[in-house]
Design a protein around this ligand. Structure first.
Ligand code: BES
Ligand code: MN
Ligand code: ZN
Length: 494
């Protein structure tokens, strides 16, 4: 593992020490040299270090020991959960990176509030460190020496390294899985089209002996009856594919969890063309599919005891002479017919066929992830993913996993009033609501028609899958869904 653990007596070897301070507690940094401790105490008494959330100080104590201290405010100790700790650590690691620090040694014990166990704290620190240092660089020609990005070496400093070593490893594994998905999602549409995404899935399976992969190409999709997926992919020179991943960590008789991820490698809207502003963001429209790949990477490395199937319908939604039109009726794999009112509501179309296909695995649960609607950004911004489910217990588990992992979800209702809006005059259903409003729920109500009685949850990650630079993430993809679902899979009872 790239992250190393240190005891307090060894931390003097580090250049940069990162410490958390609460607003309602005295700071407690055992092992710091006397002069550094005195400096911190003086600043706390003065009130210059108040410990408010978001606060950050860089100090340069004179004398032996760490040359640089980064002090992060954490706010009140009782209110501190994973999401807040993550923000503070993220700010600190990014600052260390900006200062071109040689290393960043995170004094994890100083961050632990009342809500987190030492193990959870170590995992959060390792994970956040890995996420905060990520930069998407593969499209840049070699940067000039001066502005080359540096990656400080990460250490966790703890009183009891042995106790947190497994947790730190898990955090690093999950962080690397998230970064892997971020790179795929950040990759432009001309470099990552459906067949390329399939190649990535194959490469992942090659690197992990426990993973299997198969890919259905477009001729076979058409022959098998994937009418909705082939209609969406029909406008592009890059044909659609269906990617299927398998992992066996559970008992032979255990029904699998099936994860489905929207894999639109670019969404121009099709004939219902999108306006130009921010259209470039639609390269992120395969973030759900990338999250499925990231989850498989993490699950394989953590060797979780679960049977898992991943399904990624992948297509490029472009306008052309062979694209589907508004008014077209297609027959989905389920046999139900769909009137395509708006070709820009393509995600639900490809997911419809993927969900029907998922049922062939007789799943215990199906969870889909998709950048499905602009409406979820209006409702929740980028603070939470929309959660819609036909199953109370599953929804509750996902909400709990969201709080614990720092990746929140917020549940929206699925009532008959929304189902009504999908009625079509000419087909079994329409792909869009007959009147405006509740776009996120209407999208989910459409998906629900393809899961039969299987416990199912839909995560609309359109607001969380990418964004501007924040305390932890750089601008671009975030790998939304991975931390959440890996946490859910770990706590799930078979
Ligand atoms: N990929 C988009 C949703 C989206 C919008 C993601 C903004 C991220 C940011 C999706 O395919 C789409 O176009 N949805 C339409 C549905 C509508 C036509 C019913 C939307 O949300 O406007
Ligand atoms: Mn669209
Ligand atoms: Zn889309």
């Amino acid at each position: 593992m790239a992250i190393k653990l240190l005891t307090y007596d060894k931390m003097a070897q580090c250049e940069t020490l990162v410490i958390g301070v609460f607003s309602d507690k005295k700071m407690n940094v055992t092992g710091l040299p006397k002069h550094a401790e005195a400096l911190l105490q003086r600043l706390q008494t003065l009130g210059d270090i108040a410990g408010k959330s978001g606060e950050i100080h860089v100090l340069y104590p004179e004398g032996p020991g760490p040359r640089r201290l980064i002090v992060c405010g954490l706010g009140e100790s009782v209110r501190l959960g994973s999401a807040e700790i993550s923000k503070a650590l993220g700010r600190a690691v990014k600052r260390a990176q900006a200062l071109k620090a040689k290393d960043a040694a995170l004094a994890v014990d100083t961050f632990a509030g009342k809500l987190l166990t030492p193990e959870r704290m170590a995992e959060t620190a390792a994970l956040t460190g890995v996420l905060a240092m990520y930069q998407y660089q593969e499209m840049k020609s070699l940067p000039a020496l001066g502005d080359r990005v540096t990656f400080p070496r990460l250490y966790l400093v703890s009183r009891n390294p042995a106790a947190i070593s497994r947790a730190a490893d898990a955090g690093e594994v999950i962080g690397e899985a998230v970064n892997y998905a971020r790179t795929l999602a950040n990759r432009p549409g001309n470099k990552l089209y459906p067949q390329k995404l399939a190649e990535e899935a194959r490469a992942l399976a090659r690197r992990h002996a426990q993973l299997g992969v198969s890919v259905m190409l477009s001729a076979q999709l058409a022959k098998t009856g994937f009418g909705a997926l082939t209609a969406v992919g029909g406008g592009s020179a890059h044909p659609p594919v269906l990617i299927e991943l398998k992992y066996r960590g559970g008992k032979l008789k255990d029904a699998p969890v099936v994860l489905v991820g929207k894999g639109i490698t670019f969404d121009a809207g099709g004939i219902s063309l999108k306006p130009p502003a921010k259209m470039e963001d639609m390269k992120f429209d395969m973030s759900g599919g990338a999250a499925v790949l990231g989850i498989f990477k993490a699950v394989a490395e953590l060797r979780l005891p679960v049977n898992l199937v991943g399904i990624i319908p992948a297509a490029e939604n472009l306008p052309s002479g062979s694209a589907c039109r508004p008014g077209d009726v297609v027959k989905s794999l389920s046999g139900q017919t769909i009137e395509i009112i708006n070709t820009d509501a393509e995600g639900r179309l490809i997911l419809a066929d993927a969900l029907t296909y998922a049922l062939r695995h007789k799943p215990a649960q199906i969870i889909d992830m998709a950048t499905l609607t602009g409406a979820v950004v209006v409702a929740l911004g980028n603070a939470a993913s929309g959660l819609i489910s036909n199953h109370e217990a599953l929804a509750a588990e996902l909400q709990a996993a969201g709080e614990l992992s720092g990746e929140r979800t917020w549940r929206l209702p699925l009532w008959d009033e929304y189902r009504e809006l999908l009625k079509s005059e000419v087909a079994d259903m329409s792909n869009m609501g007959s009147k405006p409003g509740a776009g996120t729920v209407v999208g989910a109500a459409f998906l629900e028609k393809f899961v039969e009685a299987t416990p199912w949850a839909h995560l609309d990650i359109a607001g969380t899958a990418y964004g501007d630079a924040g305390p932890v993430f750089a601008k671009g993809a975030t790998g939304a869904g991975i931390r959440l679902l890996v946490q859910w899979l770990r706590q799930r009872k078979a």
